[in-house]
Ligand binder design. Structure first.
Ligand code: FES
Length: 82
């Protein structure tokens, strides 16, 4: 029997309760999981997110086709520099 450990995936509402609603005009940064830039930014600063993997745990971003990983990395890097 194989045992696989997985961190529970928080929903956007659990992780980013202050920004669960998409802000009008807010850019969707991950189309697969419909995560907006402001949701990602909120998670990055609220939970000191330092990697795409951590951001995925908080918001789900990047858990689909992975085409957004470069944008997510840039967003994390930009916010860490502030
Ligand atoms: S666009 Fe983010 S996983 Fe596909």
């Amino acid at each position: 029997m194989e045992l696989t450990l997985q961190a529970p995936r928080l929903t956007t509402t659990e992780c980013c309760s202050t920004s669960s609603e998409a802000v009008s005009g807010d850019r969707v940064i991950c189309r697969c999981l419909n995560v907006t830039e402001s949701e990602a930014q909120t998670a990055i600063s609220a939970f000191n997110v330092e990697s795409v993997r951590e951001l995925g745990r908080c918001t789900g971003a990047g858990k689909g086709c992975m085409a957004c990983h470069g944008r997510l990395r840039s967003l994390i890097k930009a916010q860490m520099g502030q």
